[in-house]
Design a protein around this ligand. Structure first.
Ligand code: DX5
Ligand code: ZN
Length: 223
């Protein structure tokens, strides 16, 4: 099985000590740093925004992966590019002009991602997958860390994998929500390339060991 890209989610970090947390990520085997932006409208929570990301991206040596859980993300794409975002992911459910949003993100020099909520059919990606650099399958309802992985997400990951393979899209599959060392193997076996992990990394006694464990997952044995 391929080694997944690990993207710890800063949402679960100690915000009083962000410099130390980013330093730990820099020293770890994580490949990306996942940054969750919430507006209190698209999702029922508010997290952090541009000033925090601008500071974090200056010192972070990993790929800066920004997940926008906001309405009208097009209004802010340029600001996130300036703040150091390398991947910028918008929600399909928030974008009536999704194709335009992806073109804008790419024209600003970033990779463009499309996220889908647990209830959103993978079929809705059919006409956009060829333009996306990343598909983010939400495996919890967005807005909060520390929730349980929704098992049906595995079917959705397999469907996205099939769509990518049959269309020749170069998109990576990222999975976000409730990822632990116990389910990561099944998620990668289903076709995921990138694993986002908040609580299971920052809540661990040894976060660097937790990152390593996620990276080294093996496929679950079929009973
Ligand atoms: C949830 C966010 C996630 C969150 C994941 O809306 O998109 O990135 O930080 O946290 P865990 O890994 O704790 O489910
Ligand atoms: Zn996220």
């Amino acid at each position: 099985m391929k080694t997944p890209v690990i993207a710890p989610s800063l949402l679960a970090a100690n915000f009083l000590d962000l410099g130390k947390e980013v330093d730990m990520i820099n020293r770890s085997e994580a490949d990306w740093l996942h940054l969750d932006v919430m507006d209190g409208r698209f999702v029922p929570n508010i997290s952090f925004g541009l000033p925090v990301i601008a500071q974090v991206s200056k010192v972070c040596t990993k790929v800066c992966d920004v997940h926008l859980m906001i309405e009208e993300p097009g209004q802010y794409a340029e600001a996130f590019a300036k703040a150091g975002a390398q991947y910028l992911t918008v929600h399909l459910e928030a974008c009536p002009h999704l194709h335009r949003n992806l073109q804008q993100i790419k024209s600003l020099g970033m990779k463009a991602g499309v996220a889908i909520n647990p209830h959103t059919s993978v079929r809705l990606l059919e006409d956009i997958i060829i333009d996306a650099d990343l598909i983010l399958v939400m495996s919890v309802n967005p807005g909060f860390g520390g929730q349980h992985f929704i098992p049906h997400s595995l079917d959705k990951i397999r469907q996205v994998r099939e769509m990518i393979d049959s269309t020749g899209s170069a998109a990576l599959i990222e999975v976000d929500g409730g990822i632990t060392a116990d389910n990561a193997g099944a998620v990668v076996a289903a076709g995921a390339d990138v694993l986002v992990a908040g609580s299971s990394v920052f809540g661990a006694k040894d976060p660097m060991a937790a990152i390593r464990a996620l990276r080294n997952v093996t496929a679950p044995t079929v009973k």
